[in-house]
Design a protein around this ligand. Sequence first.
Ligand SMILES: [Zn+2]
Length: 69
Amino acid sequence: MDDLDRAQELEMESRNAAIANQIKKQGKTTLSHCQDCGDAIPLRRQKMGGVNRCVECQTYFEQAQRKFK
Ligand SMILES: [Zn+2]
């Protein structure tokens, strides 16, 4: 009985994680122009989804984030 409960719990957890992931993906906005500098974001990059900065600004942004951690 305990094993069954645990299995159900695990299933719930993975399902919730999958749903949370989906929401995260949908919540990500993709812009045609960089939100920081206004440069056009290459279509190839837009297709990745959730892209809102050009390569340069994204690199800069990620480096800045790393510094804060
Ligand atoms: Zn930019």
